[in-house]
Design a protein around this ligand. Structure first.
Ligand code: FAD
Length: 294
């Protein structure tokens, strides 16, 4: 259902590449959390590299490559604002979950190539990045626009950049800003946990509300918690969706998008009614997704 609205090129131009240096690599999930997620800050001294919130960079993992490929590039959302991490223009943060896949035939578990490469980087290492990519997942220019963000897992990265930009770098954001964030447990709420909590700093803003949706099952595969939280806030969510100045963004695991569709079909009273509304949002450039499987 959601794929109908998903625009993402299958191939990316990797000629626009930069050599960057690892400034820091820090685990941002607490020691007892299930997910191993790292925040990596790259130093990029080339002044031609610039980006805005919502864009991604590509990381080129070193050889050998599988299946005769000539490179292995994976996308990571930029978690910093356009002014750079800590206000340093040459510093860019990404947050990367170490991931694994299970071979369907042998049943063996293999480390994902790029995410493990990035999570194991040392300070001072040189890395090749490409990009930035993505011009469809951007903050509206109108400061009266409402922003409804739905994230799961590392999908929080672009929204951390959005929230920091809106509340730290914009003069006076008038629109409502809503974040629904799904994670396995409170420990896995990135940038909202005991190790790092910079999104929590903005909880006191009058226009901002963040809703945490913690999975009830241990695998975290289901979007049930997200569906419940969206439905619990149905009146607020539906009022926002109806507003002509509302922009909706969904980022992270693909099941988050399925959860949004499920909840909004209930809230809209039918799947058809929601699909019609979603099509309208999409056609007006007010619906954007960054989805991935893992
Ligand atoms: C727009 C966008 C933004 C993203 N932002 C982030 C982000 O901010 N943080 C983040 O952590 N991730 C992000 N991702 C996901 C990221 O790009 C990678 O997909 C992820 O890190 C896995 O890459 P990998 O090289 O480690 O694993 P891969 O080597 O690509 O393997 C991981 C997956 O590939 C498949 N796979 C590959 N080979 C096999 C095989 N032989 N058998 C079975 N399955 C296989 C499986 O589905 C497996 O789960 C983003 C993706 C997109 C599209």
């Amino acid at each position: 259902m959601a794929g109908e609205f998903f625009i993402q090129p299958k191939t990316y131009d990797i000629n626009n590449s930069y050599k960057v240096i690892v400034k820091s690599n820090t685990r941002i999930t607490p020691p007892h959390a299930r997910d191993d997620v790292h925040e990596i800050i790259f130093e990029i001294h080339d002044p031609s590299f610039s980006y805005v919130e919502g864009q991604s960079i590509g990381v080129l993992a070193p050889p050998p490559y599988d299946f005769g490929a000539d490179h292995h590039m994976r996308l990571y959302s930029i978690a910093s604002t356009r002014k750079g991490e800590h206000g340093h223009k040459e510093e860019v943060a990404v947050c990367v979950q170490r991931c694994f896949y299970v071979d369907a035939i042998s049943g063996e578990r293999y480390p994902g190539k790029c995410s493990n490469y990035v999570c194991d980087l040392n300070v001072g290492d040189e890395v090749t990045i490409t990009g930035p990519y993505g011009r469809h997942f951007l903050i509206p220019r109108d400061n009266e626009a409402n922003i409804l963000m739905v994230a799961s897992g590392t999908g929080i990265a672009p929204f951390r950049a959005f929230i920091k930009h809106i509340f730290e770098e914009e003069d006076d954001w008038k629109g409502k800003v809503r974040l629904f964030y799904q994670a396995d447990t409170g420990l896995d709420l990135l940038y909202m946990n005991e190790v790092k909590d910079d999104i929590k700093h903005h909880y006191l803003q009058s226009t901002f509300k963040a809703v945490e949706a913690l999975s009830s099952n241990s695998s975290g595969e289901s979007a049930d918690a997200l569906v419940h939280k969206l439905e619990e806030n149905a009146a607020d969510v539906w009022e926002l969706i109806q507003h002509p100045k509302t922009h909706v963004y969904v980022a992270g695991m693909r099941n988050a998008s399925a959860g949004v569709d499920e909840a909004l079909s209930h809230i809209a009273k039918s799947e058809e009614a929601w699909m019609e509304k979603k099509r309208e949002l999409f056609q007006e450039g007010r619906w954007a997704e960054h989805l991935y499987d893992r």
